[in-house]
Design a binder for this molecule. Sequence first.
Ligand code: ATP
Ligand code: BTN
Length: 257
Amino acid sequence: MNQEILKTALQDLPLGGFRYYEQVGSTNDIALNWIEEGGQDFSLVVANEQISGRGRSGRSWQTPPDSALALSLLLLPNSTETKNISYFTGLCALALVDALKALYNLKAEIKWPNDILIEEKKVAGILVEASWEGDKAKGIVLGIGVNILNTAVPNSNDLHFPASSLEEALGQKVDRTKTLHGILTALIKWRKVLGKAEMVAAWNENLAFRGKQVEVRREAGQVIRGALLGVNRDGSLHLDSAESIHFGDVHLRPIGL
Ligand code: ATP
Ligand code: BTN
């Protein structure tokens, strides 16, 4: 993977702009700055390595060189998308599940709100951030990290949840460029139904731990246990013991893990 190979491979996609880095702090930071510099809708930032990649609440996301996909897509939301801004994490999750099925026939599932699992191991994570002007989002950034090779997977001591890679799940080589192309194609498709009932239905169909006993931990130490019933129409999580749990800083686990 390098700038020229990527440029050629992605030329059939309607990219607003494209920036590639061999090494970067966080692709999300580059994309957030690009919004301020006047970046166009559907502009893409890709890095071969991140040295300060991040997940939610400032937790770190590791992207060693040559082993993963680290991408951030800059979007300039229209007025309908602005109203539906909270659905963008689900949108990325659906696009990832869809792409992995279409490209490799892999069955991936969404660990609400922002992780992608294969056989109950995390292979990808999503971090959506926005640049605000008052209460209006000037632009949003869809940050996606995918473990392609096993060398992308952190040491188990550094993990809160078991992790794996696409190559391990598939048992064969995975091409990063082809994977990137598939993810972007799926994002274009799902963007058209952002926040619609069709999107929420697909989100539910691909949800991990449905019908199973789970616990949701909040940072404050509060734990809610119950059977996971699904995602509500507004994207919040529905347990039999709690009708609607919103994004915030929550950690979902199957009971026993
Ligand atoms: P969880 O439910 O596991 O707590 P989360 O989605 O709440 O996940 P995030 O902040 O989104 O947590 O993810 C960051 C966490 O992901 C890190 O604390 C680390 O445990 C784990 N992690 C970091 N890099 C990777 C990677 N390349 N692959 C899988 N997991 C990773
Ligand atoms: C998670 O922890 O589950 C979310 C991880 C999101 C990682 C991606 S990699 C590309 C982009 N840049 C970042 O710093 N984070 C996101």
